[in-house]
Design a protein around this ligand. Structure first.
Ligand code: ADP
Length: 159
């Protein structure tokens, strides 16, 4: 059976930390579906269409990686795409506590699912989407925190 993992997140925006987790997971799975989770009632920084476009651009040469958006429970998306694994990244002990609860609840809801965690590369530990959003919002240069294959000029606001 194909080993299919999903990598769920808001990715608002997708950072070098996210990119690194996906790239390191490619040898472990037959297919990775990056799932942009969204809530139509919650305002995001970048529209989901832009996030889809950017992440697809990053992995355009990786045949194992696809990108989709989903509103609703992560376990329902797993069923939809026949995934057996949920991939997540761990930066800190705070991440661990948060992820532990989510993974244990997901396992209760969908017992066939296994959550798989990769520890962040040390240089990516302090990077999170909130900080990157703040840099962009205040007109700073966030390029070192964003995937190198993306053109920074796209990350302007109000487009
Ligand atoms: P969420 O909204 O679910 O927290 P995020 O977009 O913030 O989603 O993150 C998605 C996944 O990527 C999470 O597992 C998170 O821990 C992981 N992640 C976020 N930033 C990094 C990073 N710098 N290095 C490694 N993993 C990261």
């Amino acid at each position: 059976m194909e080993r299919v993992a999903i990598f769920p997140g808001s990715f608002d925006p997708f950072t070098v930390g996210h990119e690194s987790i996906v790239k390191r997971a490619i040898p472990l799975f037959d297919k990775i579906v990056i799932m942009i989770g969204y809530n139509a009632n919650k305002r995001s920084f970048f529209p989901v269409e832009k996030r889809l476009k950017w992440i697809r651009e990053v992995f355009k040469d990786e045949s194992k990686v696809t990108v989709e958006s989903h509103e609703g429970l992560t376990v329902d998306f797993c069923k939809k795409v026949n995934a057996q694994y949920i991939l997540r990244g761990l930066r800190t002990s705070a991440d661990f506590e948060f992820e532990r609860a989510i993974a244990q609840v997901n396992k209760k809801m969908h017992p066939k699912i296994e959550s798989v965690f990769l520890l962040t590369m040390p240089e990516h530990t302090p990077i999170n989407s909130t900080i990157v959003r703040d840099i962009i919002f205040h007109g700073g240069d966030a390029s070192q925190f964003l995937p190198a294959s993306l053109n920074m000029s796209e990350f302007k606001l109000d487009e």
